[in-house]
Every structure is written in C-alpha cells, then in structure tokens.
Design a protein around this ligand. Structure first.
Ligand SMILES: Cc1cc2nc3c(=O)[nH]c(=O)nc-3n(C[C@H](O)[C@H](O)[C@H](O)COP(=O)(O)OP(=O)(O)OC[C@H]3O[C@@H](n4cnc5c(N)ncnc54)[C@H](O)[C@@H]3O)c2cc1C
Length: 365
C-alpha cells in the first residue's frame, strides 16, 4: 500500500510520521512545493504532541532539536468576571510544549524516514497512491465547508525577547485576546481580533500600546470552518487547514489532526470502520472543540467593549456541552477514569476548572 501526503506543514509532517511509524509495511511519501511556505504560527500544543514525538522519534528535552519550552497549561488573564487570572492546567505529571514550528517540521522531515519530494501538485490525478492525505493548507474556496461559530477572524503577529514562563498566556484585550508563547529564543505574540468590529490599523495601534512587542511582522485574516466531506471518493483525506480551522485559543489544532489520523488509521490499516463513520466522528469532535472554545467568551472580560458584548451573546447550542458541565459540577471526582475524554478532547475536570475560573452566573440554555 502507498500513502502520499501533500504538504510539509504541521499536518503533513504528523500524518507522514504517524503512518511511517505505526504501519511500517506501508510506503509513505510526502510531496510539497518549496515555493509555497508553511505557516509560521502553530507553536503551542497539548500533552499528546510530546508523547507522539517521544513514541516516534524518541525526542527528549535535553537535546531539544526544536527549540521547545515546557508548557504546563494556559494562563487566562482578564477573562470572565470572577477572578483576574485563572490557570487551565495540564495534569501535574504531564506537560505539553511550545516550539519553533519550522524547526519541528525540518526535524521530522530529516528524521521521519519517509520519502520526501519537492513538486507542485494541482490535481489528485498526478499522484500515484492508494490514499492521498491533502495537507496543502487553507482551501482555495469555502464552497465545500461549513463555518464554525467564533468571534475572532484576524491576527497581528509580533515578537519580543525570551521569557521564562512555562505556560501560554491568553491576555484579554479590548478587541479580543493576545497569545504569549515563550520559545527558547524569543516570545511570540498574536493579537487576535474581529475585523468587522476593529480595523486593522486600530488593531496594530492597540497591540503596540497594550502588549508592546519589540517587532510586529505580519497580519492576516482567516475563516473558522470545517470540511463538509473530510474524505473524498474513499481515497482523498483532508487534514490540517484543509480539514478545518478554528482560532488558536486552547491550541487544539495539532491534537485534532492527530485524532483524525488515528481514525483514518482505523479505516485504512485496521479496516474496522469506514469513511462515512469516521467523517461523522471527526466533525462531531471539531464541533465540540468549537463549543468548548466558545464557552471562554460567554463570560466576557474586564473590558466592556463592543467585541466582548458581541462575543458574550454567541450561543452554545449543543445540549451535551451543558450536560457535561452539570456533570462536572455535580460529580465528586471529575478526575476518575470514566469521566475522562468525554467531550471534544477534554476531561470533565477541565469543565470544572473553566467554570471555577470564569463563570459568574448560570448561562445554561
Ligand atoms: C494565529 C494562529 C495561531 C495558531 N496557533 C496554533 C497553536 O498554538 N497550536 C496549533 O496546533 N495550531 C495553531 N494554529 C493552527 C496552525 O495554523 C496549524 O496548526 C498549522 O499551520 C497547520 O498548517 P497545515 O499543515 O495545514 O498547512 P501549511 O503550514 O500551510 O502547509 C501547507 C503545505 O502545503 C504545501 N502545498 C501547498 N500547495 C501545494 C501544491 N499545489 N503542491 C504541493 N504542495 C503544496 C506547501 O508547500 C506546504 O508545505 C494557529 C493558527 C493561527 C492562524
């Protein structure tokens, strides 16, 4: 069997890595166009990413070829009406990482032990493979996508000197929020806002006056969406930004890609499921991630601005979300095994922590 992965961004790299290591009899080839650069964003993870890098490449913190720093959770600053700061932690005995995404991509390509080719692919007919993973980044049009509910659609990127914090910071701003990600050599900032409420010029001004990065180097807008058909013709599988995009609060992207890779593995290699079933499962998972992220906005922030007023009224319509929140608050032990990984990619304990950190009144629908 031959699998071809298109694209060498984080999605392409992790897809090729997974199939190479967990199905050694499959031929894996990654094809990318070096004239089309990969995303520079995507520097924060959940703990499953270091686990994957350990299991496949035996990467360790001492050698640290990807300029990584330890991430112990996410510090929310200025969110909700309850406390000034609250921390969404990982388990005390596990950690995630922040890294330089290009160093990570280079390291996987050099050590992943799969074939790599540099070629532009514009038609699936030009690819000789049993299965193709299309990880070519943002789609050229959104006709085959459904949009996700989220108040953010634009970002300004900046950087500053390195810092010693061991978590991602998510700082509420009048226009949205700003991530602060410490890597080994610098701190990365992303000022996220809604372009219908805040102009690009105003976002730049506010970024400079509130966060004061050393340098602002890029900005762009994006949509939040998920593919209607994650698998096409039982042979083409979309992953990465071709599959979905949701703003970066909670840094969920790479973990969702890895869930999807495992579901496709169950179909292609283990043959115990089929494309229709796994497509429905991944879409459900992405909608659960959408809701979990949305919850953070529903309690507003220390700012009474048009952004937060607009964000606060967005609704989570999935009753299961609210059921899980009630379960989290009523159970004596949200950490027990049967309560783990129950909604999206989160355990019940995360619901309780979110509630404790943010919620001031009952928002249940
Ligand atoms: C502000 C912001 C912050 C983010 N923060 C995080 C975070 O902290 N954590 C996280 O996990 N995610 C984060 N993300 C999501 C992040 O963007 C994605 O995880 C990541 O960029 C996925 O990119 P990709 O692999 O889909 O595609 P890309 O990185 O865009 O790579 C596309 C690849 O396809 C190739 N290609 C394109 N067209 C062709 C063609 N015709 N022929 C051949 N090859 C082609 C290119 O050469 C390239 O190799 C963030 C996103 C944004 C916008």
């Amino acid at each position: 069997m031959k699998i071809v992965v298109l694209g060498r961004g984080l999605a392409g790299c992790f897809t090729a890595l997974h199939y190479k290591y967990f199905s050694p009899y499959v031929e894996v080839e990654l094809i990318h166009d070096s004239d089309i650069p990969t995303q520079i964003v995507g520097q924060g993870t959940l703990p499953d990413v270091p686990t994957m890098l350990w299991n496949t490449l035996e990467m360790n913190w001492y050698d640290n070829p990807i300029k990584a720093t330890i991430k112990t959770g996410i510090l929310y600053d200025g969110w909700g009406g309850k406390t000034d700061k609250w921390f969404h932690p990982f388990h005390l005995d596990s950690a995630a990482m922040h890294y330089d995404s290009h160093s990570l991509q280079n390291y996987i390509l050099e050590n992943g032990d799969f074939k790599v080719a540099d070629r532009n692919i514009n038609s699936y007919d030009d690819v000789d493979a049993d299965y193709i993973f299309d990880c070519r980044g943002f789609p050229p049009s959104y006709d085959d996508y459904d949009f996700l509910t989220n108040p953010i659609d634009s970002v300004v990127l900046g950087r500053g000197p390195m810092s010693n914090i061991q978590w991602t910071q998510a700082i509420a701003t009048p226009d949205g929020w700003c991530f602060v990600i410490p890597t080994l050599e610098q701190t990365s900032y992303g000022y996220l806002y809604n372009s219908t409420l805040t102009s690009r010029v105003k976002a730049h001004e506010n970024f400079e006056s509130i966060i004061d990065p050393d340098e602002i180097f890029h900005d762009f807008s994006f949509k939040n969406y998920v593919a209607k058909n994650p698998v096409i013709d039982e042979r083409i599988i979309l992953n990465g930004n071709r599959l979905f995009f949701l703003e970066p609060l909670e840094a969920t992207a790479l973990s969702v890609y890895m869930y999807w890779i495992r579901y496709t593995y169950d179909w292609i290699i283990l043959k115990n499921t089929h494309p229709k079933e796994i497509s429905s499962i991944i879409k459900k998972l992405i909608h659960e991630v959408e809701n979990f992220v949305l919850y953070h906005y529903l309690h507003g922030s220390k700012y009474e601005t048009s952004f937060w007023k607009t964000a606060k009224v967005l609704k989570i319509k999935d009753l299961k979300f609210w059921e899980r929140m009630n379960d989290a608050l009523s159970t004596k032990d949200p950490l027990t095994k049967e309560n783990s990984k129950d909604y999206g990619i989160w355990e019940l304990i995360s619901f309780k922590q979110m509630y404790d950190g943010l919620q001031t009144k009952d928002l249940n629908t």
